[in-house]
Design a protein around this ligand. Structure first.
Ligand SMILES: CC(=O)[C@@H](O)[C@H](O)COP(=O)(O)O
Ligand SMILES: NCC(=O)COP(=O)(O)O
Length: 260
């Protein structure tokens, strides 16, 4: 299983003070030496963490492939085409969200996404689509000739956290999941089934399948049991753990769990 380490969350810490440390660039060699297979960053329209100069320096200096997540906003896509990352992952963005809440609406934005993919491919950038685990989204990704899909695991991760961590007792933003244990268990089974079915369907169509969002040291085992998923992009939990263990140990711990 390949591991993409999302280093946005290092820049989140820097932006809390709006100064120059911690510098996400310093993570590059540690990620490589600790067994990461890819660097993932998200150049958000509001630049809440990674900035243009971070993205430029990371792409120039990384000795791992860089997966640059971005919206389909034209200005952003122009920047991405100039930066030429190894891969661009198109994601939905919403100004008010705390984090990416779901996958792309491929049906509504089909033509714009199609044009965006063509443009990125002309610049020799591999394209992935961040989608919800549904048959419709996989079918549309295939029609759009994406190279990769990344299945949004947020629902699975949120339900898992409500059931098996103390999330439900803390200040959190996932109010719609304040359900009974039985309802949560049903929702967890359903979210896993959706991920399994979407992965299997996509792989049969020849699409490469990644997954990510909200994955952590506790919930990762269930996702690793889905054979068609070949890559995981993980950020928040690795950077959070690194505060206590150091980044290298946080990455090797995760790599060990996903390589079993
Ligand atoms: C698309 C995705 O899931 C990640 O890029 C995630 O969004 C990173 O964290 P932020 O949502 O805080 O930007
Ligand atoms: N695409 C998902 C990603 O890069 C990492 O998401 P998270 O682990 O920070 O939730």
């Amino acid at each position: 299983m390949l591991l993409g380490v999302n280093i946005d969350h290092i820049a989140v810490l820097r932006e809390a003070r709006k100064i120059n440390d911690p510098n996400p660039l310093d993570a590059l060699s540690i990620c490589k030496l600790s067994g990461a297979d890819q660097i993932t960053i998200h150049l958000r329209e509001d630049r809440r963490h990674i900035h243009d100069n971070d993205a430029k320096a990371i792409i120039e200096q990384s000795n791992l492939p860089v997966n640059l997540e971005c919206s389909i906003n034209e200005d952003i896509i122009d920047i991405v085409c100039k930066l030429k990352p190894f891969r661009a992952t198109l994601v939905p963005e919403n100004r008010d969200e705390v984090t990416t809440e779901g996958g792309l609406d491929l049906e509504k934005n089909f033509d714009r996404i199609n044009e965006t993919i063509e443009k990125l491919k002309k610049h020799e950038i591999e394209v992935s689509l961040f989608i919800d685990p549904t048959t419709k989204s996989v079918e549309l990704s295939n029609m759009l000739e994406a190279d990769f899909i990344e299945l949004h695991t947020g629902t699975f991760a949120n339900v898992y956290a409500m059931l098996y961590s103390n999330l439900s007792n803390t200040h959190h933003t996932i109010k719609e999941l304040e359900l009974s244990k039985e309802e949560l268990k049903n929702k967890l089974d359903k979210s896993l089934e959706n991920l399994k079915n979407a992965s299997n369907f996509a792989s049969n169509l020849g699409l490469k399948v990644a997954a990510g969002h909200g994955l952590n040291y506790q919930n990762i085992d269930l996702i690793c049991q889905i054979p068609e998923i070949i890559e995981l992009n993980i950020g928040q939990s690795i950077i959070a753990r690194s505060v206590f263990t150091g980044l290298s140990k946080a990455i090797t711990d995760m790599k060990e769990l996903i390589s079993k």
